[in-house]
Design a protein around this ligand. Structure first.
Ligand SMILES: [Mn+2]
Length: 466
């Protein structure tokens, strides 16, 4: 947790931005896995609640009455039976004081607060809920059916939260650096363990264990797979095979829930083949290009398309693509190889603020999302970069057999693709290289003390020596 002053300042800024009404920030509750008292663990608090109220406990709601400048932490103190099982915990009043909130109240008061505000026709702001128990709670409190809650969520509140959380402060950057250090341990451990015969599942478990040991948890389910062409290929019981590539996309959350998110792709036997190197070097060039151009004022969507141009040019040289680069780009032909965006915002959520709506987070009046083109519709971030943004740089090239068959059958983008050549690569898999980048005054820099090896020579040397 940060100091009390941090949370006070954040709430002050929020009040100024929202201007009027009553703001409800819902914390999360325990979530049952297979029976009520056996929950998913560790408990994950809502990130916006953590941002404004700091407390990492279930069953809390933060109330900010903007008009009367009053803040209340709502929640029930635990009783003696719970103390027997879980030990003594801080009272809600103590938790409120820790984050500079003067008043606290039991959960039943929340209904009274809401009824009173509704009777006076005051605006009640809440963020789009994503957990079903919170949807029921909002239904009980405000009478808004769960199907309507996303539409009725407060746009002024969403915009204010996005504005505040997008720019990372010095103390947040320190946390993100800590996350990157754990991420480094996770990835280099996976590289050290990788060898023919070992199970994907085993290495995935070791990677997760490091996140749990040094931080709070993984920032998303670990991807460790020889099928890199499957975007979210979680580890299976398959043994690693010599001659194949393995893709590891994994990240940690620190104890204070700031994330890391990196991807590396490397040969199971520690040595790239020529065929693998040809594709790898394109992804490497795209990854490095981003670093040269990312700085305040640059539109991320432009960087994304420049990377796609570079990819098309290089794929033309190898005979995978053909025709005019600009026309191929406009047609979205490159999505055969990279069906996702170049990167996303990262912070307390690995896809930062995803629950607030990607259009609200990654786009603005000037830069609108392109939702009607396969691949480009997965770009989560497009708007101009600002100092303090943290963004992932994660180009990739994949050979997806079903996508090759699908486009070949329909003739989609056939003027830009060499399907005969693609047929030969159906067993290739996929390559992605990902790092987390902080936008600085006049450029950008990687987060983390040490770089996880990614240049082929460094990867091979690291795997040979460990
Ligand atoms: Mn990512």
């Amino acid at each position: 947790m940060f100091s009390k002053e941090t949370y006070i300042a954040r709430r002050e800024a929020l009040k100024k931005l929202v201007g009027q009404g009553v703001i409800l920030i819902f914390g999360n509750n325990e979530s049952p896995a297979n029976f009520p008292s056996n929950g998913y663990h560790p408990f994950r608090q809502d990130s916006s609640f953590l941002y404004f109220f700091g407390q990492n406990r279930d069953g809390l709601v933060g109330v900010i009455d903007v008009d009367n400048d009053m803040e209340t932490l709502v929640g029930d103190d635990i009783d003696i039976e719970d103390i027997v099982w879980y030990g003594k915990v801080k009272t809600v009043s103590e938790m409120a004081k820790e984050v500079g909130v003067n008043s606290s109240a039991p959960m039943k008061t929340l209904k009274t607060i809401c009824n009173d505000a509704m009777a006076k026709k005051r605006k009640i702001h809440y963020l789009p809920p994503y957990r079903y128990d919170i949807k029921l709670q909002i239904f009980d409190l405000l009478g808004i059916h769960p199907n309507q809650q996303k539409d009725e969520a407060s746009m002024p509140l969403i915009k204010a939260v996005v504005k505040l959380r997008s720019t990372k402060t010095a103390e947040e950057i320190e946390e993100l650096e800590r996350g990157a250090v754990i991420g480094y341990k996770m990835h280099t451990t996976a590289m050290k363990l990788t060898r023919p015969g070992i199970l994907e599942h085993y290495i995935g478990g070791q990677v997760d264990g490091i996140a749990n040991s040094y931080g709070a948890m993984v920032s998303f389910p670990t991807i460790f797979t020889q099928h890199g062409e499957i975007m979210h290929g979680n580890p299976t019981m398959a043994p690693l095979e010599s001659g194949r590539l393995v893709l590891c996309d994994a990240g940690a959350e620190t104890i204070n829930n700031y994330c890391s998110d990196n991807t590396r792709t490397y040969p199971v036997n520690g040595k790239f083949t020529q065929r693998q190197l040809e594709i790898y070097s394109i992804v490497e060039a795209c990854h490095d290009y981003t670093l040269q151009v990312a700085k305040p004022g640059v539109k991320w969507m432009d960087v994304h398309f420049d990377v796609c141009r570079l990819m098309i040019e290089r794929l033309k040289e190898l005979g995978f693509m053909k025709g005019d680069t600009e026309e191929a780009l406009r047609a979205g032909a490159h999505a055969m190889f990279m069906p996702h965006g170049l990167g996303h915002m990262m912070g307390m959520d690995v896809h930062d603020m995803d629950s607030l709506g990607q259009t609200n987070v990654g786009f603005d009046e000037e830069t609108r999302p392109i939702l009607d083109q396969f691949g480009t519709n997965c770009l989560r971030m497009g708007r101009r970069l600002e100092k303090g943004f943290v963004i992932t740089d994660e180009p990739g090239i994949y050979f997806i057999p079903d996508l090759i068959d699908d486009w070949k059958a329909s003739g989609h983008c056939k003027e830009f693709l060499n399907f005969d050549k693609l047929e030969e690569y159906k067993d290739f898999g996929g390559i992605r290289i990902e790092d987390d980048v902080l936008i600085t005054d006049d450029g950008c820099r990687f987060l983390g003390k040490d770089r996880i090896p990614y240049h082929p020579k460094d990867v091979e040397a690291f795997m040979a020596n460990n």
